[in-house]
Design a protein around this ligand. Structure first.
Ligand SMILES: [Zn+2]
Length: 290
């Protein structure tokens, strides 16, 4: 089994054919690691845009890639073909955050004709490392940069080469070598041959706000009085609020009033439910009724 750390550099450019902007991939860098997480090979190529004659100032400053270098690059399709041959069989591919993968999908869809970058098994290295940092008791924000992660974990980084695709991959490799845990790592690997991979990968969870949505289990609107255990009566109808549903409920037995809320979060193949019930204080009650 080989491990690939892939890093792309891309530049936003206006693409006349679609009448809009696209993040075109202009550099592919990668390192190949063995089971011991030592680097055994590297891949580095600059891509010539198929429609743009320039690179943005920001891109050039960030990556060090000049317009001249971009223009002497190879076509994206050739770069993908060369990369696929280099990756070989039985590899797990990693990227730092999954934004590179979205960019690959976008480029394949809009710029290429049936050529796909070879990614058989995939893991989001940023997500994995954030999990490891959490276990170490290190606070980190949800989208920690490669540089911040390296600094926090005591990995030396040559700042002059940061944001060069290959150099970034090497930093990722050093972080992984130090913080690899077989079980936790394997648990996060996606198999891209799964027919649901693309749909699952691009699915964005959301809160259901339509009470008639078929994904809502209506029995979740039933609450019992926490004091006496009797079923509560709905006093004011369930209504959509704060990305969920709220209602005022009453226990006739205890003469207590409650505010109930239920939130349904649609995940790719499940619905997460969060229910809350709070007693309404009598004072609040009289305020509400006047
Ligand atoms: Zn009660």
């Amino acid at each position: 089994m080989n491990y690939i750390i892939l890093d792309l550099e891309w530049d936003g450019a206006f693409y006349p054919k679609i009448g809009g902007f696209i993040n075109q991939i202009l550099q592919i860098g990668a390192v190949k690691l063995n089971d011991n997480f030592d680097i055994i090979d590297t891949f580095d190529t600059i891509i010539k845009s198929s429609f743009s004659k320039r690179v943005s100032k920001r891109f050039s400053e960030l990556t060090g890639i000049t317009k001249k270098e971009m223009l002497s690059g190879i076509p994206l399709s050739d770069a993908f073909i060369a990369y696929n041959a280099w990756v070989g069989d039985d590899a797990v591919t990693m990227t730092w955050s999954n934004s590179d993968i979205y960019t690959v999908f976008e480029n394949e869809k809009k710029l290429l004709d049936g050529i796909h970058l070879r990614i058989d098994k995939y893991i989001d290295l940023q997500k994995y490392i954030q999990g490891e940092m959490k276990l170490l008791g290190i606070e980190c924000n949800s989208q920690i940069s490669l540089l911040n992660a390296a600094n926090t974990l005591g990995i030396e980084v040559d700042k002059s080469t940061l944001h060069n695709a290959k150099a970034d991959s090497m930093v990722g490799a050093a972080i992984l070598k130090k913080h690899y845990n077989k079980d936790r790592f394997n648990a996060m690997v996606y198999d891209t041959s799964d027919p649901d991979f693309f749909a699952r990968f691009t699915f964005k969870p959301y809160y259901i706000t339509d009470i008639d949505d078929e994904n809502i289990d209506k029995s979740q609107f039933d609450f019992k009085c926490p004091v006496c255990g009797k079923t509560l009566l709905v006093r004011k109808n369930w209504h959509s609020r704060f990305g969920g549903f709220c209602a005022e409920m009453l226990c006739e037995h205890c003469e207590k009033t409650y505010s109930a809320s239920v939130k349904f979060r649609k995940m790719f193949d499940s619905v997460r439910v969060r229910r809350r019930l709070n007693e309404k204080k009598p004072k609040q009650e009289s305020e509400n009724s006047t």
